[in-house]
Design a protein around this ligand. Sequence first.
Ligand SMILES: Cc1cc2nc3c(=O)[nH]c(=O)nc-3n(C[C@H](O)[C@H](O)[C@H](O)COP(=O)(O)O)c2cc1C
Length: 355
Amino acid sequence: MARNDPLALGVFMPNCSNMPSISTHAVVADQWHYTNNERIALLAEDLGFDYLFPVSRWRGFGGDTNYLGTSLETTTWATALLRATHRIKIFSTVHVPLFHPMVIAKIGATLAHISGDRWGLNVVSGWSQREFGMMGLTLDDHGRRYERSAAFIEILRALWDTRGEPVNHSSDWYRINNGVSLPRPARMPEIANAGVSGDAQAMTARLCDWSFMSGASIEALPKLVDSISAQAEAHGRRVKTAIFPFLLWRDSEAEAQAELQRIIEQKDEVATHNWLHDISAGSGSFDEFTGNMIAASGGGLPLLGDAEMVAEQLRAIHQSGVDAVMVTLQDYERDLQRFGSEILPILRRMGVTRA
Ligand SMILES: Cc1cc2nc3c(=O)[nH]c(=O)nc-3n(C[C@H](O)[C@H](O)[C@H](O)COP(=O)(O)O)c2cc1C
Protein backbone atom coordinates (compact mmCIF):
# COMPACT_ATOMS: atom_id res chain seq x y z
CA MET A 1 0.00 0.00 0.00
CA ALA A 2 1.48 3.35 -1.05
CA ARG A 3 1.45 5.93 1.71
CA ASN A 4 1.85 9.67 1.60
CA ASP A 5 1.43 10.55 5.25
CA PRO A 6 4.52 9.91 7.36
CA LEU A 7 4.67 7.44 10.22
CA ALA A 8 3.99 9.32 13.47
CA LEU A 9 6.29 8.52 16.35
CA GLY A 10 5.36 8.22 20.00
CA VAL A 11 6.71 6.75 23.20
CA PHE A 12 4.77 4.22 25.27
CA MET A 13 6.13 5.75 28.45
CA PRO A 14 7.65 4.00 31.48
CA ASN A 15 5.33 5.54 34.06
CA CYS A 16 5.10 2.05 35.59
CA SER A 17 7.85 -0.01 37.18
CA ASN A 18 9.76 -2.69 35.29
CA MET A 19 8.66 -1.62 31.81
CA PRO A 20 8.79 -3.06 29.27
CA SER A 21 9.88 -6.65 30.03
CA ILE A 22 8.50 -9.09 32.59
CA SER A 23 12.01 -10.05 33.52
CA THR A 24 14.52 -9.48 36.27
CA HIS A 25 17.17 -8.49 33.71
CA ALA A 26 15.97 -4.85 34.22
CA VAL A 27 18.60 -2.34 33.24
CA VAL A 28 16.96 0.66 34.89
CA ALA A 29 15.01 -0.30 37.98
CA ASP A 30 13.49 3.10 38.69
CA GLN A 31 12.46 4.34 35.24
CA TRP A 32 8.96 5.10 36.53
CA HIS A 33 10.07 8.13 38.60
CA TYR A 34 8.61 11.43 37.42
CA THR A 35 11.96 13.16 36.85
CA ASN A 36 12.95 10.29 34.61
CA ASN A 37 9.66 10.49 32.68
CA GLU A 38 10.13 14.23 32.24
CA ARG A 39 13.64 13.79 30.83
CA ILE A 40 12.31 11.18 28.40
CA ALA A 41 9.38 13.43 27.40
CA LEU A 42 11.70 16.37 26.68
CA LEU A 43 14.07 14.17 24.74
CA ALA A 44 11.20 12.73 22.67
CA GLU A 45 9.89 16.21 21.95
CA ASP A 46 13.36 17.32 20.96
CA LEU A 47 13.67 14.41 18.53
CA GLY A 48 10.38 15.38 16.87
CA PHE A 49 8.17 12.68 18.38
CA ASP A 50 4.42 13.43 18.24
CA TYR A 51 2.89 11.47 21.12
CA LEU A 52 3.39 10.17 24.63
CA PHE A 53 1.14 7.38 25.90
CA PRO A 54 1.19 6.07 29.49
CA VAL A 55 0.11 2.74 30.94
CA SER A 56 -2.60 2.79 33.58
CA ARG A 57 -2.24 0.21 36.33
CA TRP A 58 -3.52 -0.01 39.90
CA ARG A 59 -1.75 -3.15 41.02
CA GLY A 60 1.24 -5.21 39.90
CA PHE A 61 1.42 -8.81 38.79
CA GLY A 62 3.46 -10.28 41.65
CA GLY A 63 6.58 -12.39 41.26
CA ASP A 64 10.08 -11.02 41.75
CA THR A 65 9.36 -7.96 39.60
CA ASN A 66 5.79 -7.21 40.75
CA TYR A 67 5.56 -6.13 37.10
CA LEU A 68 3.97 -2.64 36.68
CA GLY A 69 3.28 -2.64 40.44
CA THR A 70 4.55 0.90 41.09
CA SER A 71 2.98 3.45 38.80
CA LEU A 72 2.26 7.14 38.38
CA GLU A 73 -1.42 7.97 37.83
CA THR A 74 -1.82 9.18 34.28
CA THR A 75 -3.96 12.35 34.49
CA THR A 76 -1.77 13.94 37.18
CA TRP A 77 1.34 12.63 35.35
CA ALA A 78 0.08 14.29 32.14
CA THR A 79 -0.59 17.58 33.92
CA ALA A 80 3.05 17.99 34.87
CA LEU A 81 4.40 16.75 31.55
CA LEU A 82 2.10 19.03 29.53
CA ARG A 83 3.57 22.01 31.40
CA ALA A 84 7.13 20.75 30.96
CA THR A 85 6.73 20.31 27.18
CA HIS A 86 5.53 22.64 24.42
CA ARG A 87 4.51 20.75 21.32
CA ILE A 88 4.15 17.02 21.89
CA LYS A 89 0.68 15.52 22.47
CA ILE A 90 0.20 13.63 25.71
CA PHE A 91 -2.51 11.08 26.46
CA SER A 92 -3.89 9.89 29.77
CA THR A 93 -5.16 6.32 30.06
CA VAL A 94 -8.40 6.02 31.97
CA HIS A 95 -10.23 2.90 33.17
CA VAL A 96 -13.89 3.43 32.34
CA PRO A 97 -15.37 1.65 35.43
CA LEU A 98 -13.24 3.68 37.84
CA PHE A 99 -14.29 7.21 36.89
CA HIS A 100 -17.60 8.95 36.31
CA PRO A 101 -17.63 10.53 32.83
CA MET A 102 -18.48 13.94 34.34
CA VAL A 103 -15.22 13.75 36.33
CA ILE A 104 -13.16 12.88 33.25
CA ALA A 105 -14.96 15.61 31.26
CA LYS A 106 -13.77 18.13 33.84
CA ILE A 107 -10.24 16.70 34.16
CA GLY A 108 -9.91 16.53 30.36
CA ALA A 109 -11.13 20.09 29.82
CA THR A 110 -8.71 21.28 32.49
CA LEU A 111 -5.82 19.48 30.77
CA ALA A 112 -6.89 20.82 27.38
CA HIS A 113 -6.85 24.38 28.72
CA ILE A 114 -3.57 23.90 30.58
CA SER A 115 -1.87 22.57 27.46
CA GLY A 116 -3.30 24.45 24.49
CA ASP A 117 -5.25 21.38 23.35
CA ARG A 118 -2.36 18.92 23.39
CA TRP A 119 -4.07 16.40 25.67
CA GLY A 120 -5.75 13.19 24.52
CA LEU A 121 -7.73 10.43 26.23
CA ASN A 122 -6.92 6.74 25.94
CA VAL A 123 -9.93 4.76 27.10
CA VAL A 124 -9.44 1.29 28.54
CA SER A 125 -12.27 -0.99 29.63
CA GLY A 126 -10.22 -2.92 32.22
CA TRP A 127 -9.17 -6.57 32.15
CA SER A 128 -7.49 -7.44 35.43
CA GLN A 129 -9.76 -8.81 38.14
CA ARG A 130 -6.61 -8.65 40.31
CA GLU A 131 -6.82 -4.86 40.41
CA PHE A 132 -10.61 -4.53 40.20
CA GLY A 133 -11.06 -7.13 42.98
CA MET A 134 -8.79 -5.03 45.18
CA MET A 135 -11.40 -2.25 44.85
CA GLY A 136 -14.35 -4.56 45.46
CA LEU A 137 -15.36 -4.35 41.79
CA THR A 138 -16.15 -7.15 39.36
CA LEU A 139 -15.25 -7.03 35.70
CA ASP A 140 -18.24 -7.06 33.36
CA ASP A 141 -18.47 -9.63 30.57
CA HIS A 142 -16.32 -8.66 27.61
CA GLY A 143 -19.13 -7.32 25.42
CA ARG A 144 -20.72 -5.39 28.29
CA ARG A 145 -17.36 -3.70 29.08
CA TYR A 146 -17.38 -2.15 25.64
CA GLU A 147 -21.06 -1.19 25.82
CA ARG A 148 -20.17 0.74 28.96
CA SER A 149 -17.09 2.30 27.33
CA ALA A 150 -19.27 3.39 24.40
CA ALA A 151 -21.72 5.10 26.77
CA PHE A 152 -18.79 6.74 28.59
CA ILE A 153 -17.35 8.17 25.35
CA GLU A 154 -20.75 9.29 24.06
CA ILE A 155 -21.29 11.28 27.26
CA LEU A 156 -17.82 12.81 27.07
CA ARG A 157 -18.21 13.82 23.44
CA ALA A 158 -21.58 15.42 24.19
CA LEU A 159 -20.21 17.32 27.21
CA TRP A 160 -17.16 18.52 25.24
CA ASP A 161 -19.21 19.49 22.16
CA THR A 162 -18.74 23.24 21.62
CA ARG A 163 -22.37 23.58 20.51
CA GLY A 164 -23.11 23.34 24.21
CA GLU A 165 -26.41 21.49 24.28
CA PRO A 166 -27.36 20.15 27.74
CA VAL A 167 -26.59 16.44 27.93
CA ASN A 168 -29.19 13.86 28.81
CA HIS A 169 -28.29 10.20 28.95
CA SER A 170 -29.82 7.12 30.43
CA SER A 171 -28.26 3.67 30.26
CA ASP A 172 -27.47 0.72 32.53
CA TRP A 173 -24.43 2.62 33.79
CA TYR A 174 -25.13 6.33 33.76
CA ARG A 175 -27.94 8.79 34.21
CA ILE A 176 -27.07 12.34 33.17
CA ASN A 177 -29.70 15.02 33.68
CA ASN A 178 -29.19 18.26 31.75
CA GLY A 179 -25.45 17.69 32.05
CA VAL A 180 -23.06 20.54 31.56
CA SER A 181 -19.32 20.78 32.23
CA LEU A 182 -17.53 24.10 31.88
CA PRO A 183 -15.09 25.01 30.56
CA ARG A 184 -15.25 22.92 27.43
CA PRO A 185 -12.02 22.24 25.57
CA ALA A 186 -11.57 24.66 22.65
CA ARG A 187 -11.30 21.61 20.40
CA MET A 188 -12.54 18.06 20.85
CA PRO A 189 -9.68 16.07 22.46
CA GLU A 190 -8.45 13.06 20.51
CA ILE A 191 -9.86 9.84 21.92
CA ALA A 192 -8.12 6.50 21.61
CA ASN A 193 -9.20 3.04 22.63
CA ALA A 194 -6.60 0.40 23.51
CA GLY A 195 -7.81 -3.05 22.54
CA VAL A 196 -7.87 -5.46 19.61
CA SER A 197 -10.89 -7.75 19.96
CA GLY A 198 -13.99 -7.57 17.75
CA ASP A 199 -15.84 -5.74 20.56
CA ALA A 200 -13.00 -3.21 20.86
CA GLN A 201 -12.84 -2.65 17.11
CA ALA A 202 -16.59 -2.14 16.74
CA MET A 203 -16.66 0.45 19.53
CA THR A 204 -13.51 2.19 18.31
CA ALA A 205 -14.74 2.37 14.72
CA ARG A 206 -17.89 4.13 15.85
CA LEU A 207 -16.57 6.49 18.50
CA CYS A 208 -12.78 6.89 18.66
CA ASP A 209 -10.06 8.72 16.71
CA TRP A 210 -7.34 6.16 17.40
CA SER A 211 -7.19 2.41 17.68
CA PHE A 212 -4.21 1.54 19.87
CA MET A 213 -3.51 -2.12 19.17
CA SER A 214 -1.04 -4.92 19.61
CA GLY A 215 -0.14 -7.08 16.65
CA ALA A 216 1.32 -10.57 16.79
CA SER A 217 3.58 -9.90 13.79
CA ILE A 218 4.18 -7.33 11.07
CA GLU A 219 2.43 -9.70 8.66
CA ALA A 220 -0.72 -9.62 10.81
CA LEU A 221 -1.00 -5.83 10.69
CA PRO A 222 -2.60 -5.17 7.28
CA LYS A 223 -5.58 -7.36 8.19
CA LEU A 224 -6.03 -5.56 11.52
CA VAL A 225 -5.74 -2.12 9.90
CA ASP A 226 -8.14 -3.08 7.10
CA SER A 227 -10.63 -4.45 9.58
CA ILE A 228 -10.77 -1.32 11.72
CA SER A 229 -10.70 0.98 8.66
CA ALA A 230 -13.58 -0.84 6.96
CA GLN A 231 -15.71 -0.70 10.10
CA ALA A 232 -14.95 3.01 10.57
CA GLU A 233 -15.78 3.70 6.94
CA ALA A 234 -19.17 2.07 7.43
CA HIS A 235 -19.83 4.85 9.98
CA GLY A 236 -18.46 7.49 7.60
CA ARG A 237 -15.38 7.88 9.80
CA ARG A 238 -11.62 7.45 9.68
CA VAL A 239 -9.84 5.88 12.64
CA LYS A 240 -6.06 6.06 12.88
CA THR A 241 -4.11 3.05 14.09
CA ALA A 242 -1.15 2.79 16.41
CA ILE A 243 0.86 -0.17 17.68
CA PHE A 244 3.61 -0.49 20.28
CA PRO A 245 6.80 -2.12 19.07
CA PHE A 246 9.66 -3.09 21.40
CA LEU A 247 12.86 -1.86 19.74
CA LEU A 248 15.94 -3.92 20.55
CA TRP A 249 18.95 -3.26 18.36
CA ARG A 250 22.66 -3.80 18.60
CA ASP A 251 25.61 -3.63 16.18
CA SER A 252 24.57 -7.01 14.78
CA GLU A 253 21.42 -9.09 14.69
CA ALA A 254 23.20 -11.87 16.62
CA GLU A 255 23.94 -9.48 19.48
CA ALA A 256 20.31 -8.29 19.56
CA GLN A 257 19.08 -11.91 19.59
CA ALA A 258 21.50 -12.70 22.42
CA GLU A 259 20.13 -9.77 24.42
CA LEU A 260 16.57 -10.98 23.81
CA GLN A 261 17.59 -14.42 25.07
CA ARG A 262 19.13 -12.85 28.16
CA ILE A 263 15.82 -11.09 28.90
CA ILE A 264 13.84 -14.31 28.37
CA GLU A 265 16.23 -16.40 30.48
CA GLN A 266 15.54 -14.08 33.39
CA LYS A 267 11.81 -14.10 32.77
CA ASP A 268 9.68 -13.57 35.89
CA GLU A 269 7.62 -16.77 35.62
CA VAL A 270 5.10 -15.81 38.31
CA ALA A 271 4.36 -12.31 36.99
CA THR A 272 4.19 -13.58 33.39
CA HIS A 273 1.74 -16.30 34.42
CA ASN A 274 -0.40 -13.82 36.37
CA TRP A 275 -0.43 -11.36 33.47
CA LEU A 276 -1.47 -14.03 30.95
CA HIS A 277 -4.02 -15.50 33.33
CA ASP A 278 -5.68 -12.11 33.84
CA ILE A 279 -5.62 -10.99 30.21
CA SER A 280 -6.99 -14.26 28.84
CA ALA A 281 -10.03 -14.32 31.14
CA GLY A 282 -12.82 -13.19 28.86
CA SER A 283 -10.53 -12.22 26.01
CA GLY A 284 -8.73 -14.20 23.38
CA SER A 285 -6.90 -11.31 21.86
CA PHE A 286 -3.45 -12.26 23.07
CA ASP A 287 -3.64 -15.98 22.24
CA GLU A 288 -0.95 -15.79 19.60
CA PHE A 289 1.69 -14.50 21.92
CA THR A 290 3.92 -16.99 23.62
CA GLY A 291 4.79 -16.55 27.29
CA ASN A 292 8.33 -15.74 26.24
CA MET A 293 7.28 -13.00 23.88
CA ILE A 294 5.02 -11.51 26.50
CA ALA A 295 7.83 -11.65 29.04
CA ALA A 296 10.32 -10.08 26.63
CA SER A 297 8.22 -7.19 25.45
CA GLY A 298 5.15 -6.88 27.68
CA GLY A 299 2.95 -7.61 24.66
CA GLY A 300 4.74 -5.22 22.32
CA LEU A 301 5.87 -6.33 18.87
CA PRO A 302 9.62 -7.06 19.12
CA LEU A 303 11.69 -5.44 16.36
CA LEU A 304 15.17 -6.93 16.46
CA GLY A 305 18.41 -6.56 14.57
CA ASP A 306 20.86 -3.80 13.81
CA ALA A 307 19.69 -0.21 13.29
CA GLU A 308 19.12 -0.69 9.55
CA MET A 309 17.03 -3.82 10.14
CA VAL A 310 14.87 -2.15 12.77
CA ALA A 311 14.32 0.85 10.47
CA GLU A 312 13.35 -1.57 7.70
CA GLN A 313 10.79 -3.22 9.98
CA LEU A 314 9.37 0.20 10.90
CA ARG A 315 9.06 0.93 7.19
CA ALA A 316 7.14 -2.36 6.75
CA ILE A 317 4.83 -1.39 9.61
CA HIS A 318 4.19 1.94 7.92
CA GLN A 319 3.53 0.23 4.61
CA SER A 320 0.99 -2.02 6.31
CA GLY A 321 -1.15 1.06 6.93
CA VAL A 322 -0.32 1.77 10.57
CA ASP A 323 -0.36 5.52 11.34
CA ALA A 324 1.82 5.63 14.45
CA VAL A 325 4.18 3.60 16.58
CA MET A 326 4.44 4.12 20.34
CA VAL A 327 7.87 2.66 20.98
CA THR A 328 8.93 0.76 24.07
CA LEU A 329 12.61 0.54 24.91
CA GLN A 330 14.84 -1.35 27.30
CA ASP A 331 16.49 1.72 28.80
CA TYR A 332 14.27 4.56 27.63
CA GLU A 333 16.66 7.47 28.05
CA ARG A 334 19.71 5.73 26.63
CA ASP A 335 17.77 4.10 23.81
CA LEU A 336 15.85 7.22 22.79
CA GLN A 337 19.19 8.96 22.36
CA ARG A 338 20.48 6.01 20.34
CA PHE A 339 17.24 6.01 18.32
CA GLY A 340 17.80 9.68 17.49
CA SER A 341 21.32 9.14 16.24
CA GLU A 342 21.12 5.62 14.78
CA ILE A 343 17.59 4.88 13.51
CA LEU A 344 15.88 8.23 12.93
CA PRO A 345 18.33 9.32 10.20
CA ILE A 346 17.63 6.07 8.32
CA LEU A 347 13.85 6.55 8.64
CA ARG A 348 14.20 10.11 7.33
CA ARG A 349 16.32 8.91 4.42
CA MET A 350 13.67 6.27 3.65
CA GLY A 351 10.95 8.97 3.78
CA VAL A 352 9.09 7.00 6.46
CA THR A 353 8.94 9.75 9.05
CA ARG A 354 8.99 13.50 9.19
CA ALA A 355 10.45 13.66 12.71
C1 LIG B 1 -1.64 -0.92 23.05
C2 LIG B 1 -2.43 -1.30 24.23
C3 LIG B 1 -2.34 -0.54 25.40
C4 LIG B 1 -3.09 -0.89 26.53
N1 LIG B 1 -2.97 -0.17 27.68
C5 LIG B 1 -3.67 -0.55 28.79
C6 LIG B 1 -3.52 0.12 30.03
O1 LIG B 1 -2.76 1.07 30.14
N2 LIG B 1 -4.25 -0.32 31.08
C7 LIG B 1 -5.10 -1.37 30.99
O2 LIG B 1 -5.72 -1.74 31.98
N3 LIG B 1 -5.25 -2.03 29.82
C8 LIG B 1 -4.55 -1.65 28.74
N4 LIG B 1 -4.71 -2.34 27.56
C9 LIG B 1 -5.67 -3.45 27.52
C10 LIG B 1 -6.89 -3.14 26.70
O3 LIG B 1 -7.53 -1.96 27.11
C11 LIG B 1 -7.87 -4.30 26.72
O4 LIG B 1 -8.44 -4.45 27.99
C12 LIG B 1 -7.19 -5.60 26.36
O5 LIG B 1 -6.55 -5.43 25.12
C13 LIG B 1 -8.22 -6.73 26.28
O6 LIG B 1 -9.34 -6.30 25.56
P1 LIG B 1 -9.64 -6.76 24.09
O7 LIG B 1 -9.88 -8.21 24.20
O8 LIG B 1 -10.85 -6.00 23.71
O9 LIG B 1 -8.46 -6.42 23.25
C14 LIG B 1 -3.94 -2.01 26.47
C15 LIG B 1 -4.03 -2.75 25.27
C16 LIG B 1 -3.30 -2.42 24.17
C17 LIG B 1 -3.43 -3.24 22.94
